[in-house]
Design a protein around this ligand. Structure first.
Ligand code: COS
Length: 382
């Protein structure tokens, strides 16, 4: 496995680290407190080309590649997990078009997304179907050169601010997973509306919307792939996207370690810095070990993607599941190290603990990742 970064990957990492430290970290606490969508930070990331890292130059991106993308996500999440969710959510929304879109669709839709002029969203989950994708109820019925979409979507990252949404629906209920199809719906399409924006425990700067489709007419030209390919497209997109959730989790865990180290060196009890106590040192060491391994696991999945592997379902699920559990443990232990101050909203670690929790839930819960991993093992694909 070659973990040498190219010059471009290293440059993107350094750029993201600098922006995160200088511009994003100072905004993180107020974005969280005000539950404010950070339009300024979206513009900042757009101005520095950070929305187009996996998009080829001919389609408005930089083609820096998946490793550059993952490294940027970790740096952004180290400063603000909400901003990292918006950033990674853009790629989640673009991947269906990148993986399944026709040349015409890619040329029409991707350049403004890659430049960050429009946001994208991935609309799969519904009120009655999250883990169980085949239970989707939103339907699309063909009528000449349009499809008529009817139904509801739930928990859609950036669903209210996105200009372009990739929406997964049932076109043939008799066909199970082969009866789902994927469509691009643009904001402003009659019949499409944002029903609600959720109030959340964490990642409060990222918006999460409930969407409604009432006789929403979508041109056939916006169908991604063929009818019946929706399930496979969704699974392929999730395989691509899960390493980026792992990178968000590693960024949160690294922030927990950064804050814990600083605090342990300066906080004095019993006449000395608490960093002198082995109970604290062991927590710091465990955090460092786990972060190291979680980072390697998302980089390994990224390496497989970069080298053109056709399936990386298992390593992507391993990275997502492991890193999200590492983030939760690291954030919980950071609160423990800070003691009473850790529980106070004056210090950043309580936000990290709230933000870490979502990484065990979105883009497939830890339980779903274990099912995916076990399925791969039992099919002999590991
Ligand atoms: N890549 C390509 N094809 C895939 C695939 C993948 N990662 N995963 C499954 N497929 C294909 C299979 O090869 C199979 O094809 P055939 O019917 O031709 O054999 C088909 O899709 C069905 O696969 P499988 O039988 O494994 O599907 P299941 O219904 O058992 O899948 C799980 C169940 C739980 C794995 C799936 O529904 C899933 O991942 N759910 C979680 C979704 C999720 O993460 N939701 C969170 C919200 S999204 S932000």
């Amino acid at each position: 496995m070659d973990f040498e970064y190219s010059d471009e990957e290293r440059m993107v990492q350094e750029l993201a680290r600098r922006l995160a430290r200088d511009k994003i970290a100072p905004r993180a606490a107020e974005i969280d407190a005000r539950e404010e969508f950070p339009h300024d930070l979206v513009q900042l990331l757009a101005a520095h080309g950070l929305f187009g890292l996996v998009v080829p130059e001919a389609l408005g991106g930089s083609g820096a590649g998946v490793i550059a993308f993952l490294l940027a996500v970790e740096e952004i999440a180290r400063a603000c997990a909400a901003t990292a969710t918006i950033h990674a959510g853009q790629y989640l929304g673009m991947y269906p078009i990148l993986l399944a879109g026709s040349e015409e669709q890619q040329q029409r839709l991707l350049p403004p997304l890659a430049r960050g002029e429009r946001l994208a969203a991935f609309a799969l989950t519904e009120p009655e179907a999250g883990s169980d994708v085949v239970a989707l109820r939103t339907t699309a019925r063909r009528d000449g050169d349009v499809y008529i979409l009817t139904g509801a979507k739930q928990f859609i990252t950036s669903g209210d601010v996105a200009g372009v949404l990739t929406v997964f629906v049932v076109t043939d209920p008799a066909q199970g997973n082969r009866g789902l199809s994927a469509f691009v719906v643009e904001q402003g399409t009659p019949g499409f509306r944002v029903a609600r924006v959720e109030k959340k425990m964490g990642i409060r700067g990222s918006t999460t919307a409930a969407l409604e489709f009432q006789e929403c007419r979508v041109p056939v030209a916006n169908r991604l792939g063929e009818e019946g390919q929706g399930f496979r497209i969704a699974m392929q997109v999730l395989d691509r996207a899960r390493p980026s959730v792992a990178a968000i989790a590693v960024g949160i865990a690294q922030a927990a370690l950064d804050h814990s180290l600083e605090y342990a060196r300066t906080r004095k009890q019993f006449g000395q810095p608490i960093a002198n106590f082995q109970a604290i040192q062991f927590m710091l060491a465990d955090m460092a070990m786990e972060i190291h391994l979680a980072r390697l696991s998302y980089l390994y999945a990224g390496h497989l993607i970069r080298s053109g592997a056709t399936r990386y379902t298992l390593p992507a699920a391993v990275a997502k599941c492991y890193a999200s559990e590492v983030a939760m443990r690291a954030a919980t232990n950071a609160v423990q190290i800070f003691g009473g101050y850790g529980y106070s909203r004056e210090y950043p670690v309580e936000r990290l603990m709230r933000d870490a929790k979502i990484t065990q839930i979105y883009e497939g819960t830890s339980e779903i990742q274990r099912i995916v991993i076990a399925n791969q093992l039992l099919k002999g694909q590991a």
